[in-house]
Write a protein that binds this ligand. Structure first.
Ligand code: S3P
Length: 426
């Protein structure tokens, strides 16, 4: 699909976003292995989270969508079935990596794969700790999907993550639910803690001691009524749009403000963004609030270290912000971008080149000078949802209409993205 995006004079009004992708995955997986019914409101409509639901369904969980809620009748820790076909994780790294922790402990063999992009993403990061727990798991060329996971009895481990990854942490903690005793994951830097919060909600015993997270195996998980906050990573596109376009003022209602994700708001505020948070409440251990953002002069800055890990999904749209800022943006310690849905350093750089924007590419990041002029161009998502949305935002400040090729990939996390964008952009 080709989408035309016109330059905008303002981004204004009030919007609500689809449920958080990370939280939705976790609620669906835990709902599937809990006892009883888990009723989830505002479950992500994105294709990735629908892939997780379909996988849980293929494993025997009953899924029912009605009145805006998604209900999952769980099978308990011991009740999943052997699926008749290869599980399809679609484009979703979270689905394949986290679900593998559950599959490794079953009494049957599962094959799980996905689309072309997912088939190029590295899986050793989950295979190593799962094998230490006793798992039998094989991958194409030893490291890529599809995976063949022969379920077996696992044992607890203490594992230090070599790379900061909430998906890998979650994979090990989910496998730890099926073993006798305590499984501990040490993180090099703190990553999103939705799994820890969700496990607690479902009744598991979780200890968090600084960057060591432990789960006690074989809990009684109980189905719950849960609400998924709006996705802050989706909000990022609208925040940046409002910060760089004309006379903008936008309210985003009901956004997830989990402190392990909200470093984005601190980073934007430090660079000069006018952002207000209103009406904060808590649901399922997750913070939720409204965000008010106004057009502001953005100084620019440096993203590095633990902060890069915390903002890794936001880097594509921050690159756009950097080019519109006064002093530009340097991004370091971001080699993980090379193994996302696309090599995001390469796909950002290619769209920059097409818009006549300067960028100095490094192996683990880039430097973008500020005060640049965005030129109308034919842009491409290259099949990556965050690249699609980041460059739709760039198109709003171009000197003429832009076309975005492969725009449909936005629906991986945000199916209504273009409708919402056209509604707030004038
Ligand atoms: C996610 C963790 C991050 C993030 C991804 C979602 C999660 O990936 O980029 O979009 O839900 O745990 P890594 O674990 O690879 O850092």
């Amino acid at each position: 699909m080709r989408e035309q995006i016109h330059p905008a004079k303002s981004i204004s009004g009030a919007i609500q976003l689809p449920g958080d992708k990370s939280i939705s995955h976790r609620y669906a997986m835990l709902g599937g292995i809990a006892e009883g019914i888990t009723k989830i409101s505002n479950y992500s409509t994105g294709a990735d989270c629908q892939s997780t639901l379909a996988c849980m369904q293929a494993l025997g969980a009953r899924v029912d969508k009605r009145d805006g809620a998604t209900s999952i009748e769980g099978r308990g820790l011991k009740g999943l079935y052997e699926p008749s076909n290869t599980l399809d994780a679609g484009n979703s790294g979270s689905t394949i990596r986290m679900l593998s922790g559950i599959l490794a402990a079953q009494s049957f063999t599962t094959r799980i794969g996905g689309d072309e992009s997912l088939s190029r993403r590295p899986m050793e990061r989950i295979m190593t700790p799962l094998r230490q727990m006793g798992a039998c798991i094989e991958a194409r060329e030893g490291r890529f999907p599809p995976l063949a996971i022969q379920g077996t009895k696992l044992h607890p481990i203490e594992y230090t993550l070599p790379v900061a990854s909430a998906q890998v942490k979650s994979c090990v903690l989910l496998a730890g639910l099926f073993v006798d005793g305590r499984t501990t994951v040490h993180e090099p830097v703190r990553t999103r803690d939705h799994t820890e919060l969700a496990l607690r909600e479902f009744g598991a015993e979780i200890d968090v001691d600084k960057r060591a997270i432990s789960v006690i195996g074989r809990p009684q998980l109980q189905g719950r009524e849960l609400f998924v906050p709006g996705d802050l990573s989706s909000a990022a596109f609208f925040l940046v749009a409002a910060l760089i376009v004309g006379e903008s003022a936008l309210t985003i209602h009901g956004v997830g403000l989990n402190p392990t994700r909200s470093a984005l708001l601190d980073f934007l505020s430090e660079m000069g963004a006018s952002i207000k948070i209103l009406d904060v409440k808590s649901s399922g251990g997750e913070l939720i609030g409204d965000i008010l953002v106004r057009k502001s002069p953005i100084r620019g800055g440096v993203l590095e270290g633990a902060r890069t890990a915390a903002l890794i999904d936001e880097v594509p749209v921050l690159a756009v912000l950097g080019a519109a800022s006064q002093e530009g943006l340097a991004v370091r310690d971001a080699s993980e971008l090379r193994v996302k849905e696309t090599d995001r350093i390469a796909t950002i750089a290619e769209n920059f080149r097409r818009m006549g924007l300067r960028i100095e590419v490094k192996e683990d990041g880039f430097v973008v000078p500020g005060r640049q002029s965005f030129h109308a161009a034919e842009l491409d998502s290259f099949g990556d949802h965050r690249i699609a949305m980041a460059f739709s935002v760039a198109a709003l400040v171009a000197d003429g209409p832009c076309v975005l090729e492969n725009a449909e990939s936005a629906s991986v996390s945000f199916p209504g993205f273009f409708d919402t964008l056209h509604r707030v952009a004038e």
